[in-house]
Write a protein that binds this ligand. Structure first.
Ligand SMILES: *[C@@H]1O[C@H](CO)[C@@H](O)[C@H](O)[C@H]1NC(C)=O
Length: 195
């Protein structure tokens, strides 16, 4: 009886620590995805950040880390923020049409590392979707050193200023300045099993 009570107590303590850890991680992610400046810590900041996240993702705005919200927040995803500061202190959606575009329609692409036939098929199929609905065409080039879109598998801090976190699947660079070699490049998080 006594032992099972102790076990129950322990389970509760471990349980609440886990809950705290999850919440801490949730605050880190809300900040990372652009829903607050710094990790939200006061109750009202936390509520507002969660509501903004829910609003952005068309979830019911409960202001609480309910099941749906948690699931979406912790899901592996693109590592860049959903919203960003527009320079005037306002948050705007990141998925807007930008003035940046390629100065040509035919783009070459290659894989810097980990090339297998399966990868080629997967990327080919994905790029085919894109070219089917746009004016762009894509050409695979075995030597990735001089292609427009370099695909690489990297992990953690990989030197581009956007270190991967445990839930980031991938990110890509807009052709802001097409003379910059990183324009168009795609980084996939090698620390995540994309199986
Ligand atoms: C792929 O290449 C990048 C850039 O050279 C490197 O940082 C990364 O570690 C490589 N990844 C693998 C899985 O070898």
């Amino acid at each position: 009886m006594k032992e099972s009570f102790v076990a129950l107590m322990l389970a509760c303590i471990v349980g609440s620590c886990l809950a705290e850890l999850t919440d801490k991680r949730a605050m880190t992610l809300l900040n990372r995805y652009g829903f607050s400046d710094g990790e939200p810590s006061t109750d009202s900041d936390i509520k507002r950040a969660i509501e903004d996240f829910q609003d952005f993702h068309s979830l019911e705005q409960t202001g609480e880390l309910d099941k749906e919200t948690k699931a979406l927040l912790h899901m592996p995803r693109c590592g860049l923020p959903d919203v960003q500061d527009d320079g005037n202190g306002r948050r705007t959606k990141r998925f807007v049409t930008t003035p940046y575009k390629w100065d040509k329609f035919h783009l070459t692409w290659g894989i810097l590392n980990y090339t297998t036939d399966l990868q080629l098929q997967v990327f080919n199929a994905a790029l085919q979707f894109w070219s089917d609905d746009s004016a762009l065409t894509f050409e695979y080039t075995a030597d990735p050193t001089s292609v427009d879109i370099v695909i690489s598998f990297v992990s953690g801090d990989h030197g581009d200023g956007y270190p991967f976190d445990g839930t980031d699947l991938a990110h890509a660079f807009l052709p802001v300045d097409v003379s910059d070699p990183i324009s168009g490049d795609v980084h996939l998080n090698d620390a995540i099993n994309l199986g």
